[in-house]
Design a protein around this ligand. Structure first.
Ligand code: ADP
Length: 398
């Protein structure tokens, strides 16, 4: 079966077409700057690369370009299903869900919980259902893997009606990635997923840590929204909530402005002006004080979560690094784990030099009681696999 995976953002559509029978990628691409003066669509079709530099007024036009590109390459015919990445599934969606009108309404109902993400996901779903009503379509939720968190991990210590009426609780995100690397790690360890305890560190532009007991998420660093937890490219991560009221009062900022600044102007960018870790590493090497501080703050936060989750789990079989930074930065991995020998964690400098591995690479040394693994993530592939599983279980759609 061929499965198209779509990740729709507010001004972009990222896609990848998989041949699930041969575990290969047939095509991929990015439609960006939708609704802006100058749009761009880039399609990788086998060895061909096609770029369209034209205005793309809306997602409808953007998706038509994807369909047209696949058709031109003769890849549209065999399409068996479309899998959509959806950021927030709230309390309703614990599983990948075959989309009918009711499910789409259910996703729309989560918009108050994810006003920055779900609207674009819904738009992508609507456009794809309109243009390819013949195909089963599945929503795969970033929150779903974390639905196994026990209440003591997902509840905040706030008035109970905030939870009951307004859904205020920890949901967690990046679930597709944490689930994918957990499976890969268990496979590498030669053990069933249901028997392994892991701490997975997804360190990309967004970043989150997850504690996994017996293969299931039991705690994660992102919360009601993807803003909580680790220091990220442009998001603050953990913060005293009083900071929000303080800057509203003292700097005269409106709530929406504070929200925007915590999401877009904070994290590494807030600390040193850059959000690309490569650039920050270069600056730090050259002695730039802001970059040195940003790197130290970033890695200190990850270390704290490793310690917290080791305690929460009562020990673990392996620590997993993944995503752009986790897979590519020996320096970050070294800083996060140096000096943790008393906790049973010790890495091998030579093995840790690995960047962009094709598969799982172990970087611990013989003294380490925990395995430390670098595992390339592939969220699109995981969405494709979950899409196939969902349509095979329930072939009829609304
Ligand atoms: P996204 O969350 O957008 O999918 P990625 O997982 O691609 O992000 O991660 C992006 C981050 O990975 C950026 O901060 C980038 O600087 C970092 N990164 C990519 N390659 C390297 C590298 N070789 N060394 C250090 N950081 C890297």
């Amino acid at each position: 079966m061929h499965v198209l995976v779509m990740n729709s953002g507010s001004s972009s559509i990222k896609y990848e077409l998989f041949d699930m029978d041969h575990a290969t990628t047939l095509a991929s691409g990015l439609v960006e700057r939708i609704g802006e003066e100058r749009g761009r669509a880039r399609h990788h079709l086998g060895d061909d690369e096609v770029t369209e530099d034209e205005p793309i007024p809306d997602h409808d036009d953007g998706f038509r370009r994807v369909v047209a590109a696949l058709d031109r390459a003769g890849l549209g015919e065999e399409l068996g299903a479309i899998g959509h990445r959806v950021v927030h599934g709230g309390e309703r969606f614990a599983e990948p869900t075959v989309l009918d009108d009711d499910a789409v309404e259910g996703i729309r109902a989560q918009i108050p919980l994810a006003p920055l993400h779900n609207p674009a996901n819904v738009t992508g779903i609507e456009v794809a259902r309109k243009l390819r009503p013949d195909l089963p379509q599945v929503a795969v939720f970033d929150t779903a893997f974390h639905r196994t968190m026990p209440p003591h991990a997902h509840r905040y210590a706030v008035p109970v009606e905030w939870y009951e009426r307004h859904g205020v609780r920890r949901y967690g995100f990046h679930g597709t990635s944490h689930a994918f690397v957990a499976k890969q790690a268990a496979h590498h360890l030669g053990r069933p997923l249901e028997e392994v305890d892991l701490i997975t560190l997804h360190l990309g532009n967004g970043a989150s840590a997850t504690a996994i007991a017996a293969g299931r998420s039991v705690d994660t660093s992102m919360g009601l929204s993807p803003l909580e937890g680790l220091v990220m490219g442009t998001r603050s991560g953990d913060l005293d909530p009083a900071v929000v009221f303080h800057v509203q009062r003292e700097a005269g900022l409106e709530p929406a402005e504070v929200e925007r600044m915590l999401n877009k102007q904070s994290g590494l960018k807030g600390l040193c002006g850059d959000n690309d870790l490569r650039e920050i590493e270069h600056r730090a090497e050259a002695g730039d004080a802001d970059a040195i501080l940003a790197l130290a703050t970033y890695t200190h936060r990850v270390r704290k979560y490793v310690g917290a989750y080791l305690a929460a789990l009562g020990g673990a079989d392996a620590l997993v690094f993944t995503a752009g930074v986790g897979e590519n930065s020996p320096e970050v991995r070294e800083r996060v784990l140096s000096g943790l020998e008393p906790l049973g964690i010790s890495i091998d400098a030579e093995r840790n030099a690995v960047r962009a591995p094709e598969g799982v690479v172990a970087i611990h040394d013989q003294h380490s009681t925990l395995s430390v693994l670098v595992v390339p993530t592939d969220e699109e592939r995981e969405i494709a696999e979950q899409t196939v599983a969902a349509v095979t279980e329930q072939p009829s759609t609304g």
